[in-house]
Design a protein around this ligand. Structure first.
Ligand code: UD1
Length: 421
């Protein structure tokens, strides 16, 4: 166990390079299960969730080689179709394996997924879609999901909500199903586009990612040697930009895709930050630290404001002049971290899915506890902007989404260290 100890007040200035996206690499790793050849992935972030996913693939019989940000997965021979319980419970995205493993093996056993405590996070849409494709699903009551499908058949699926995970799961199952699958009201997130790009390298005919209607023509035999570079992590980029904004800093982030964080940059500009975009993948932010509140920020599916940036934005707004309103529409329980921000002196009231943030002149150091990934990132931003030395426990949550956060932040002038407890 470790704590982050942060002495606030330093302006964050410098250059950082954004790593590959956690939420893109996990479904792509699941997709490697479809391939009877060896898949090579580049720009993979070195995160605990990626390690857990590789352990799951290893337990299923895949050969794995990992060297820094490069991962090779040889799924030519699978030896199991159940995901070990301890691994599945560690990571919600383990459910992403469902579609791919069912398609490849005709059978899957997996315990109900774990993950961040940010809401109910049901998987009903995943299961409904897979049963529409011919899967028999039972045993949810004892916490173990048992799925079987002698054959998956392509069909038309209308999602009630553009769920990212359900869209990915269906794309993976459909890649080996008989005939065509059409997903309507599909998620449009950039990570879906990245999955489509990888599936195409496997030889799957898939189109429409990013448009809301995705078509997949299934193929029984997939054997390819794809080399794929994971897209940059838009949430990591947004988090460090928000941290620089909150400390009155000046930050350049490289290796990012400007359009992927358009909604976040829009809000940062409206707060008063100056933002320049060079050649689509370098973004420079300047903040004088004297920022103004935003009347309304509503999280929504891409290209709306991402729910994964909501806590970091609230941390920034805590120090912005005036009153801001932030409405969370994606997950029902995503304001728990605000209690911790209030220990720093933030003035926030939460009613249901709405947070009202009255900007304060100063935040003051406190002992804080991270209880989920992005909420933890918000506490780091709050502590960086506060006077005095704060300590944040629950760093394991933060580590799930940020590679060596204390090193990155130290390199741009933060006074932060990891202390083993
Ligand atoms: C993914 C991301 C997560 C991000 C979220 C929204 C990964 C590993 N995680 O999560 O970081 O916050 O997208 O951009 O990529 N829902 C149902 N039934 C279902 C599935 C979802 O009701 O079967 C609801 C959820 O409770 C939630 C909403 O749909 O209210 C969005 O969830 P979804 O898009 O599925 O998020 P995840 O794929 O879990």
């Amino acid at each position: 166990m470790s704590n982050l100890v942060i002495t606030g007040g330093s302006r964050l200035c410098g250059i950082i390079e954004v790593p590959g996206a956690k939420n893109a690499v996990l479904p792509v790793l699941a997709a490697t299960l479809l391939n009877k050849g060896t898949s090579i992935l580049e720009n993979c972030p070195e995160l605990d969730d990626v390690t857990t996913m590789l352990e799951i693939l290893g337990a299923l019989g895949c050969g794995i080689r990992r060297e820094g940000s490069r991962i090779e997965v040889d799924a030519s021979r699978l030896t199991a179709s159940s995901i070990p319980e301890a691994l599945a419970r560690k990571m919600r995205s383990s459910i992403i394996i469902l579609g791919a493993l069912l398609a490849r093996c005709g059978e899957v056993h997996v315990s109900y997924p774990g993950g961040c405590e940010i809401g109910l996070r049901p998987i009903d849409m995943h299961l409904k879609a897979l049963s529409q494709m011919g899967a028999q699903i039972d045993g949810i009551n004892d916490g173990i999901l048992r799925c079987r499908a002698e054959k998956l058949t392509g069909c038309e699926i209308l999602l009630d909500y553009p769920s990212v995970g359900a869209t990915e799961n269906i794309m993976l199952a459909a890649s080996m199903a008989e005939g065509e699958t059409i997903i309507r009201n599909a998620a449009k997130e950039p990570e879906i586009d990245d999955l489509q790009a990888f599936l195409r390298k496997l030889g799957v005919q898939v189109s429409g990612a990013g448009t809301g209607v995705i078509r997949i023509q299934g193929t029984r035999e997939i054997k390819a040697e794809p080399v794929h570079r994971i897209i940059p992590d838009r949430i990591v980029a947004g988090t460090y930009l928000a941290a620089a904004a909150a400390t009155g800093g000046s930050l350049v982030v490289t290796g990012v895709i400007y359009d992927h964080i358009g909604s976040v940059l829009y809000c940062l500009k409206r707060c008063g930050c100056r933002i320049k975009n060079y050649s689509g993948n370098v973004i420079a932010l300047e903040s004088n630290g004297n920022l103004t509140a935003l009347d309304l920020v509503r999280t929504s599916p891409y290209p709306g404001f991402p729910t994964d940036m909501q806590p970091q934005m609230v941390a920034l707004l805590s120090k912005c002049r005036g009153t801001s309103v932030v409405v969370e529409t994606v997950f029902e329980n995503r304001f728990r971290y605000t209690e911790q921000l209030m220990k720093l002196g933030a003035d926030i009231s939460v009613q249901g899915r709405t947070a009202i943030i009255r900007g304060v002149d100063k935040l003051k150091a406190a002992q804080l506890e991270a209880r989920d990934l992005r909420g933890g990132a918000a506490l780091v931003i709050g502590a960086l902007a506060a006077e005095g030395t704060s300590s944040i426990s629950g760093v394991n949550y933060i580590d799930r989404g940020y590679e060596r956060m204390e090193k990155v932040l130290s390199s741009i002038g933060a006074d932060i260290k990891r202390v083993e407890t």
